[in-house]
Design a protein around this ligand. Structure first.
Ligand code: BT5
Length: 324
């Protein structure tokens, strides 16, 4: 029973190294002491270090550096996001798994997360490098009350949530590069991929794919990314607890999505503008069939990037690659 198992792990976490009585826990849930002992063995196989203290119970010494559901649940303060976690050691990409899950009807806030992606992807199926156990590779299935037209702005909602979480967990101030990049020191450390399942007038599910470089060193990146990518480890010199960062992101994301549903894009736009790195700058926007240059004014109430061209006219852009 995974619920009981999760509860046992939660007790071990909460005891902060003090012993938890196996006997009392067994009595509380009407289980045998052997059943508890089996759970403890399973935890040890998953990488938790646990000691058994005679007559007093089990004490958690260390937990593994994994983004498994137990480590995520341990810190989680949301009501829906991340309450259900599908955890994988290695997948091609979490994105199609999340699409299938959404189609199968999983609840709002279901998280698909993997230690490694062997075929991670960005927009337009560009490859996304996803080194094992060094980053956060996850796709969140959400079911907000929004129209399909409001869905693309979820990329900006997610960007603000991510920047806030980075600040909370590491103290670092990252910036947002419209539409879907988070930068540190001008280099990309996070990419967001928002995809939609909808009827003409109703969102069925939004899949928010988030790829974050967390504990990579420079040579963990493939050669072609070394000059353009960075990680939190490179920026802070510290090893970062990925599970903690995930729960912080989920917390802000749930809060801001509710805000967006209730009050529209206005309040998000204000937050977003505080983190944007393009406002007032001269940029080039590369789109599928044209490239235009101008001065970035800001974003519209629909989340479009507003670009003032040299003839003075203003263009709203839905999606592009921005060069500064
Ligand atoms: C993105 O696309 O930035 C969206 C990335 C989304 C990845 C997540 S991981 C979980 C989920 N499952 C998936 O398979 N995907 C999502 P885009 O704006 O198109 O940027 C792609 C470009 O970023 C590539 O062409 C590279 O230049 C660069 N890139 C690739 N891997 C990178 C990395 N790890 N860090 C920084 N830049 C990277």
């Amino acid at each position: 029973n995974t619920n009981v198992k999760n509860e046992l792990l939660k007790r071990l976490f909460e005891a902060e190294g003090q012993p938890v009585s196996g006997q009392e826990f067994a009595d509380e849930y009407g289980l045998s002491r052997t059943a508890i002992w089996k759970y403890i063995k399973e935890f040890e196989e998953e990488g938790y270090e646990i000691t058994s203290i005679r007559k007093r119970g089990y004490a958690l010494i260390t937990s593994p550096d994994r983004v498994n559901s137990a480590n995520i649940l341990n810190h989680l303060e949301t009501s829906a996001y991340g309450r259900s976690v599908d955890y994988y050691e290695s997948v091609e990409s979490t994105q199609p798994i999340a699409h299938d899950a959404a189609q199968a009807g999983v609840p709002d806030g279901t998280l698909i997360v993997a230690e490694e992606q062997t075929a991670g992807r960005g927009r337009l199926y560009r490859p996304w490098s996803s080194t094992a156990r060094k980053g956060i590779w996850m796709s969140l299935v959400i079911r907000p009350t929004l129209t399909p037209q409001q869905a693309p702005q979820m990329t900006l909602v997610a960007a603000v949530a991510i920047v806030r979480a980075i600040e909370e967990v590491t103290g670092i101030e990252a910036t947002i590069k419209w539409p879907n990049d988070i930068l540190i020191n001008g280099k990309k450390m996070t990419g967001i991929l928002t995809e939609l399942q909808a009827d003409p007038d109703r969102v069925k599910a939004i899949i928010i794919g988030i790829g974050m470089n967390v504990n990579q060193e420079e040579d963990d990146f493939p050669d072609e990314l070394q000059s353009i990518a960075t990680s939190l480890k490179i920026a802070t010199g510290q090893h970062i607890d990925r599970a903690k960062l995930i729960t912080s992101i989920l917390g802000y994301l749930e809060q801001y999505t509710k805000m967006y549903e209730k009050h529209g894009f206005g309040p998000i736009k204000l937050l977003w503008e505080g983190y944007s790195n393009t406002a007032g700058k001269r940029i080039r926007a590369v789109m599928l069939n044209e490239t235009i240059e101008g001065t970035a004014l800001g974003i519209s109430d629909e989340g479009l990037l507003e670009l003032q061209l040299d003839d003075g006219s203003v263009r709203g852009i839905y999606s592009a690659d921005i060069q500064i």
